[in-house]
Design a protein around this ligand. Structure first.
Ligand SMILES: O=C(NCCNC(=O)c1cc(-c2ccc(F)cc2)cc(O)c1O)c1cc(O)ncn1
Ligand SMILES: [Mg+2]
Length: 221
């Protein structure tokens, strides 16, 4: 039986991780990617930075764009108190299917709301679909050329407000230059670069966080 990479990653989780234990799921994926096959999870080095920004923000509403195999979803959800809303969007149905099983193995299936579809189509429906007014924390890890249009869309839909944090993966590798210029250009936000490395490699990469300082665009003040 020939398995695609995401299925081989899931198999490694099923074999090596303890059911209901998110940290063992994270460790199993990192071990698989470090020793068997590279895969585009945010990884342990950037993952620790992700953890620290999530804990610092202590959000009550979280949106992730780009679920892939569910690694960062497990990382984020394991830190959140039970009442927190966590929504993750993935347009690739094969990735979404693997992610559901990885998240279930971690015992976090009741906390996740995994929606399949394009971020550009789903973001405008967030308020109606989930009764979400604004997101306190957003993690960008999907197609890099979607970062800029999608943060603009989140703003236009009034889904970001004062204090909202947007954290983006891969701003150096593969890179999101237009996005970086945008988030670093406006005075309405403070942005910070976290220097790191491409997951499981020594290639330079990093995360960029942007915190909204002024009120949301729909407040009018
Ligand atoms: O969103 C979709 N892909 C994942 C986006 N993420 C990435 O592309 C990504 C890539 C890399 C990466 C870095 C160096 C390299 F040499 C190759 C890849 C690393 C990362 O950390 C990522 O996050 C997708 C796909 C598809 O086929 N259909 C619908 N959606
Ligand atoms: Mg990434």
């Amino acid at each position: 039986l020939v398995l695609v990479l995401s299925s081989r990653l899931l198999q490694a989780v099923c074999i090596n991780a303890v059911r209901g234990n998110p940290d063992s799921v994270i460790a199993a994926i990192d071990h698989f990617c470090q020793n068997q096959e590279w895969a585009m999870n945010v990884g342990d080095e950037k993952g620790a930075i992700l953890d620290s920004v999530v804990m610092e923000t202590s959000p009550s509403t979280v949106l992730e764009l780009g679920t892939y195999c569910g690694y960062s979803a497990v990382r984020i959800m394991r830190l959140l108190p039970p009442a927190t809303r966590f929504i993750t969007l993935e347009m690739n149905p094969d990735y979404a299917a693997v992610a559901r099983q990885v998240i279930q193995h971690a015992g976090l299936q009741d906390k996740v709301c995994l929606v399949e579809g394009k971020s550009a189509d789903l973001i405008p429906k967030m308020a109606d679909m989930f009764g979400i007014r604004t997101f306190d924390f957003v993690f960008f890890d999907h197609w890099k050329d979607c970062y800029l249009p999608d943060i603009r869309l989140l703003e236009d839909c009034g889904l970001l407000d004062q204090g909202s944090v947007v954290l983006a993966d891969n701003v150096l590798c593969p890179g999101a230059p237009e996005y970086l210029d945008y988030v670093r250009s406006s005075l309405r936000f403070s942005s910070r670069f976290y220097r790191s490395h491409l997951e499981y490699t020594r290639v330079l990469d990093g995360l960029e966080s942007r915190t909204q300082t002024g009120p949301g665009s729909h407040c009018g003040r």
